[in-house]
Design a protein around this ligand. Sequence first.
Ligand code: NAD
Length: 322
Amino acid sequence: MKNNILILGASGQIGTELTQKLRVLYGDNHVIASDIKKGNSTVLNTGPFEILDATDKESILRIVKKYKINQVYLMAAMLSATAEKLPQKAWNLNISSLLAVLDLAKEKHIQQVFWPSSMAVFGTTSPKINTPQQTIMEPSTVYGISKVAGEHWCNYYHENYGVDVRSIRYPGIISWKTKPGGGTTDYAVDVYFDALEKGNYECFLSENTQLPMMYMDDAIKATVQIMQAEESNINIRTSYNLSAISFTPQEIALEIKKHIPNFKISYNPDFRQKIADSWPNSIDDSFARKDWDWKHDFDLSSMTKDIIRNLKANKNMFFKAV
Ligand code: NAD
């Protein structure tokens, strides 16, 4: 059967690029993008788009029936930094959207669900270096609490109702096509834009804050790969650890200086430092590598080269004057 896919939260940082990739793979009219707001013109112009609230189960069901959807990618969420300012709203959005989609799968309206978790499931009591797949998970943020709870809901629906839900714990995702939406790792996107536009960047994390990160191309590759894997290879139904690179603001600045020698970075940590300090420095993702052959393509150097080349090539789109 040809997949008919619905993406909830398609106007966001990851949803935008995921929509484009899935349209290439499955055909423009088989991938329905949706969000509570309109987003990127590429998403709007290359295939169907619906305004849709991811917490509204009946409206999702209407769209599922309209387009004969069998797969849902739930990308709508409130991210770590914004969620700390609106904890109740974050909990409601992150959990009720997941339960709505899992229920639709339980009722057999859809066959497969993708839902991303995050490294934010870990907290200060988790091992910080090479954080294992199974370990202490005591997150200190409402975002992390919602992701741990969400992971257990996924596992519960799989165990009790046979729902084929698949999940990965994304590290910080770095992209140049779309700006991030209120996370603690957003600095690693902003730094490239400011380096090219202004030649300097004030970082909201301290220079030695090491965090697990991943280039968008790798994040999309992992997402497609886990959804295409044989069902029998998916042994973890909470969420898979996933990792690619780990670096500090100082290390990314040094890499940028290789391309923009006069680039200057300064540090002015804010409330996001506390969130970053509660997360791992690096993550052990050997289960993903073993179960569904995950491997990343980009390191800090090749990612930086690719981002700077693309931002320079598309400067009229992004910068007032470069
Ligand atoms: P984002 O904030 O960029 O995008 C989220 C999208 O959801 C936005 O377009 C927003 O308009 C939409 N949305 C909000 N409320 C909605 C609602 N009620 N109904 C429909 N749409 C709604 O987020 P992202 O970075 O693209 O993240 C996607 C997923 O990946 C989230 O689950 C997030 O927790 C997870 N994740 C992201 C990162 C990262 O670094 N970007 C890291 C770990 C996990």
